[in-house]
Design a protein around this ligand. Sequence first.
Ligand code: AMP
Ligand code: MG
Length: 309
Amino acid sequence: MLLTGCQNIVYKAEQTRVLMGTTVKITVIHKDGKVAVSAIQDAFTAMQNVEKLMSIYDNNTELSTLNKNKILRNPSQELLYVLNRSLFYSNISNGAFDVTVQPTLDLFTNTFNVLKRSPTEQEILAAQKKIDYKKIIFKNNSIVIGPNTTITLGAIAKGYAVDKAIEVLQSEEIDRALVIAGGDLRAIGTAAMKQPWIVSLQNPRNSTEYITLIEVHDQSVATSGDYERYFDENKTFHHIINPKTGMSATELISVTIIAPKAMDADALGTTVFVLGPVEGMKLIESTENTEALIITRDRQIIRSSGFKY
Ligand code: AMP
Ligand code: MG
């Protein structure tokens, strides 16, 4: 597409692919259309590389190997970095963020989708006992996890991949772009006609409506919601787990975070979802350059002190 600005002619190139179990859309605005298109290809390749390391839906990734063998020798720097950042978020949230929740998600998937029933209290407790981020240990150039530990990076890897995509775009002279991967996005520079990038925040209970419009100025926005993946009609059982109870977190239905980097916005979105309105907002107010909009189960909308939209 050709966009005419005040003085310069620029191209808008856009491509959508399905990656990391979600729809990823990259938009680039640049004076050279060929440069824009080729940068987009390279950004997708970078995201694909993250998926090849960190997905649990492909048996050949590093993370799948770690989950299966409980040890991974010579892990990539990327996996080490994302796991380290995950442990950082576990530490600052007193364990609300915990990438070892996968046994509970496996239980929900098996009971609801295969056995066509709800999990029993006993089953929930047994799975909950397997959750413990302290069972992730780095030693002798290996990652070791407990015999019952399984990891999912579903709460952070997409954000990391978006950051990687932006890094690649910037290394190829792109300074105006928007990368959206499901609920995670990051923008650099300005959109069409030098206006800021604007994204809408979906109403979590009606996808045809939006709550507000957010201007994104060289920032990231991540939304975590119970409506993204759930197992029962009431959304009592959904994909964000409170590690303390082994049940889904139900105080909030949606959390939107604005932060400099997509990985941090992604991890904080999930963390605040689990922490709930009081502890969650405390964490956001004490984190620099970070804002949140949360929606409670009774549809109250709460904004952090610097959330302007
Ligand atoms: P998000 O959409 O970013 O909130 O990520 C949700 C995904 O994070 C889920 O599908 C799980 O894979 C994973 N997850 C669920 N609960 C937690 C938790 N308490 N801490 C870290 N990751 C979690
Ligand atoms: Mg997240």
